[in-house]
Design a protein. Sequence first.
Lengths: 354, 272
Amino acid sequence: MAAMRAMIVKEFRELVRDRPTMALLIVPPLVLLIVFGYAANFTVHNINVEVMGPAAARVAPHFAAPLGVSRVDPGATRADAVAALRKSKADVVVVTSDSGPPVALVDGSSLFTAQSAVPMLHQVPGLQVEVLFNPALKTSWWMVPALVGLIMTFIGTIVTSLGLVRERQAGTLEQLAVMPLSPADVIIGKIAPYFLLAAVNMVVVTALGALLFGVPFAGNVGMFAVGSALFLLVVLGLGVLISTVSQTQAQAIQSALILLLPQIVLSGMIFPLAAMPWGVRWIGYLLPLTYYIEISRGVMLRDAPLNALWLAMLVLVVMAVLVLGTAILRFRRDLAPNVKQAKHHAANRVTSTS
Amino acid sequence: MIYGCRDLSVKLHGAPTLALTEVSVQVPPGAVTAVVGGDGAGKSTLLRCLVGEIVPTDGVVQRPSKAEVGYMSSSSGTWSELTVNENIDFVAGAYGVRGQALSMRRRQLLRGTGLDHAGSRLAGQLSGGMRRKLGFVLASLHRPRLLVLDEPSTGVDPVSRVELWRLIAEAAADGAAVVMSTTYLDEAERASSILVLDRGRAVLQGATDEVMASVPGRIVEVEIPSDRSRAWRRGRIFHQWLPAGATESGRGVRVTPDLEDAIIVEMLGAGR
């Protein structure tokens, strides 16, 4: 009994000092409670409708909540309607004409919004419904572009942080610090392989998504590549950042999981952001995956133009600069203590001779 | 050029006390300087300061440029997921050792350390002793002007220790200034000069021969010491220190003090 008691006391002491494990015990249950309590909702309560064409003013009053008409434009055409959907300015655009029945064009790339909207639109008398970008409202078309981001997040944060912490744990980081390598040599040398690996993974998953599930790639490959590269820089930065606060690989995995979990549930990957109350939705807007998903779904499914995705791109640029910059500064401190401490120790002098 | 440090003090992050207090040591080229001390004495901290991995709180460090420093950390500093040859390739690349020079140096060092048949083995699969020998190979690969070795022989079998010491002596003979920490006093005795650390302070230092020769009083070998506070076990018998002017005489056989005796006498508070 005494031996067991000693074992229990020892375990508690170790647990209390293991901060990442403590965080894992506290944060995920809270996140899960909040997310599944408030955010896990597939039903969208506000569906943004625009009505266009000559009969727009006559048709617009037929829509009731949750279908909310935000714009009535008698001068706009079907092409304008498709463009508005491509740019995600509306969930549904109703195109009217003088002769034929009005047609509701639904953005199928917003799966759950479309699934909520279509039955309601069918109840509007004389309205034809046409789903664009994902006509069969397939879940796989909605998930694959997001999964590309999730896989890059996984490699970028977990695998990168593990690679760096392994160096620290093995004691070889101090070896690198005294070798004639600049911090840039080490940092770029360390993260470049993961960048390439994640990029290859991204291409493979996108190609497999097309082959296995018929997910289209409607948009500009270059824009997708730029968005993916920006996102990769953010998640690689998160990986480096985790490695600077983790002493062991187990701690790195725990920290990465704590970062990964909210990205899965609050980024709009599974549950639509539009269905979340603002109390939790704002967290989603702080997560890089939210913006990457906007880009990947936009490019792959809707052929969204740059002027529709520039904000997401800009946010990723800002995040990349902040996260990667902080991570590099912290990592650099491990590698170049001279730079870090020289300012603080004016009395200290180092004489190098050759 | 003599490398080393002067009046070095180090306070590690979060530590309540100084890890090193006003420590000075000179590391001349062509010689081996041994840093001796118990666990937590500050040996590794001193060596890490010498190579620039820790910035001292105060004091002056004299060292060559990074490219001319070789360092073997206490963890051997080898990459376990790389083979022996790949470890060498990586370090050679970082120090700019290439072509014929690399081939010759690789052959020479692997043969000297007995690792010539282990080139394709993963470093992580080597025994602790072999890994430390690989650590020495990596540290000395580029013929550094200052070679810093943190407990190079810890965990190495006695035969390999002899081989390792031969390589260290060769590096010094080639002109390198070698400084190594060790807990083995017989090993430290072979160094040209020593520095003994205790709780971050230098308690004894100088040319090894002089340190051993300058023990005050006498050391005698006894089976049963008359004063246990001044005696220490050496195998089956005791050595006992009789300070200069001690009245006790005629008991025990007088012995020539070795480094262990010199250090213990110093620690007993003999002063100098």
